[in-house]
Design a protein around this ligand. Sequence first.
Ligand SMILES: [Cu+2]
Length: 172
Amino acid sequence: MREHTSTRRALSAAAALALATACSTTIPEEEGTAGDASGHGHAQEGDLTVSGAWMPEPANPEVGALYLEVANGAEYDDALTGVVTSVSETAELHTTGTDESGVSRMEEVEEVPVPAGESVELTSGGYHVMVLDIPEPLTEGEEFTTALTFDGGTELDLTVPVEAMADHGGDH
Ligand SMILES: [Cu+2]
């Protein structure tokens, strides 16, 4: 009954795929976060929810910014401490500040704090993920996977769409 076995294996692979798809597209609750309806990257594990993940089509093909929102429903503080993407071997957590002469500049940080009961937006002009040394240019309509690691041990996998900056109302 070799044929039967391989059919069952194929079925369970399909079921696993269906589960994974359901997980990344189903929004458990309407929590009033913008962007979910347009199919942005979303993931949830325990008390942590990531929504609205996207990357503006990079102007410099080797460097892309990844924006998202993290909500921490737990009663303890957590922090985003690590990011790995499928498009490059290098991703950093950045914050945006202003130097003495008023010039806006980015700086790498060890972690992005996500306090208990709060949500933190990683966006233009603030905290964000910087994806560096991208070997193949990313264009609008593409997607890639990202794994986020948190101080409390949670790991979240999500799909991040590459979108035109113009679709986000000139958010610069
Ligand atoms: Cu940056």
